[in-house]
Design a protein around this ligand. Structure first.
Ligand code: PLP
Length: 376
């Protein structure tokens, strides 16, 4: 198998698996119990909190463990609206992940006004559009750092400054940025920031939300007193330990990440764009993650091409894995190029640390062959 879909999910690192294992076997107590067999697990959770905090440049008390980034994203927007009951507007963009867009659409049905900022052909948004949208009825801005389909990076520093200047909370979906670009919440004024473990070699089903100290937050999942009363539900100790370990590894590997993936991504992308006619890059050429390449193959249905690649053992995708079973074209490419058919003719390649030059050469050859077959 040649796995080129790391923006969908990543394999669990062996170190992460080893760190989690005792919490599935001998250490299976409930961390809220008063006897030591349970309560000693609290320190494992707190170690993980420190590891995640370190990766983000946060203080451990600013980290809330969640079940996934979908929960983190929902919870942050929910908290922003709760904090300002008189303000009934959310600002987001047309290219966010479904975990933000679907929640926003539910909020709209409940009377919340939502502004969807447009992007240009390169997938970039205009700060002047954001500034114009920041009306006095805005409670929270929710914008992603790196787009999961194109890798395009939003100017989070400038966005945070605009939000601060207007007294509006800023939530950032940093799911695709974490472990790929440095994150330091002490340098950028995020109020909330979401991450999820399975995009950086921790298991699925565990995420975190950074909540800046003194930023208002009300529980999205209500129940017991876990997570200092900010999230009810018995902690998933093993997965939290895994997230912590993955955060530690991500921090250690961050400086090597760009070098490891960029030249292979560029090799794949340049070869496709130069050797296959009627192909086009979606997303800004440089202002983008080092591992992601989203390419339109004109006249070729994404699903047909993905099927042929799958037969050769190559895993890629036509966009977000969360929407892969829907027949809808990519809302991200559609927002970038509203009048073209290209949103149904795209393939996203997203590389990881372990991909090799040989895998990329094999992929280039397979794509050339498959596109020729499909174009007849
Ligand atoms: N946000 C972005 C940008 C993503 O790529 C994803 C996952 O695909 C999510 C949110 C949702 O993450 P999770 O699967 O942990 O809910």
């Amino acid at each position: 198998m040649i796995y080129l879909d790391h923006n969908a999910t990543t394999p669990i690192a062996p170190e992460v698996f080893d760190a989690m294992l005792p919490y599935f076997t001998e250490n299976w107590g409930n961390p809220s119990s008063s006897y030591r067999f349970g309560s000693k697990l609290k320190s494992a959770i707190e170690t993980a909190r420190e590891q995640v905090a370190q990766l983000l440049g946060a203080s451990p008390r600013e980290i809330l463990f969640t079940s996934c980034a979908t929960e983190s994203n929902n919870a942050a927007i929910h908290a922003g609206l709760k904090a300002f009951p008189q303000k009934r507007r959310v600002i987001t963009s047309a290219v966010e992940h479904s975990s933000v867009l679907t929640y926003c659409s539910t909020l709209e049905s409940e009377g919340v006004r939502v502004t969807y900022l447009p992007v240009d052909r390169d997938g970039l948004l205009k700060l002047s559009d954001l500034e114009a949208a920041l009306t006095t009825d805005t409670a929270i801005v929710s914008l992603m750092w790196a787009n999961n389909e194109t890798g395009v990076l939003f100017p989070v520093q400038e966005i945070s400054q605009l939000c601060r200047a207007h007294g509006v909370l800023f939530h950032c979906d940093a799911v695709q940025a974490v472990s790929k670009v440095p994150i330091n919440v002490s340098k950028i004024a995020f109020d909330y920031l979401s991450i999820t473990g399975h995009k950086f070699h921790a298991p699925k089903g565990v995420g975190a939300l950074f909540i800046r100290r003194k930023t208002p937050f009300s529980a999205f999942i209500e129940g017991g007193h876990q997570e200092r009363g900010l999230r009810g539900g018995t902690e998933n100790v093993a997965l939290i330990v895994g997230l912590g370990k993955a955060a530690e590894l991500a921090q250690k590997n961050l400086s090597d990440y760009d070098v490891a993936v960029r030249h292979l991504r560029d090799m794949l992308e340049n070869e496709i764009l130069h050797s296959i006619p009627n192909t086009e890059l979606n997303g800004h050429k440089t202002n983008r993650l080092a591992n992601t390449s989203n390419i339109t193959f004109s006249g070729v249905e994404s699903e047909a091409l993905l099927m042929l690649l799958d037969q050769e053992g190559i895993c890629a995708s036509s966009g977000s894995a969360c929407l892969a079973d829907s027949s809808e074209p990519s809302h991200v490419v559609k927002a970038m190029s509203p009048f073209s058919a290209s949103s149904r003719e795209i393939i996203r390649f997203s590389l990881g640390f372990k991909n090799t030059r040989q895998e990329i050469l094999t992929t280039i050859a397979s794509i050339g062959k498959s596109v020729a077959v499909l174009r007849g």
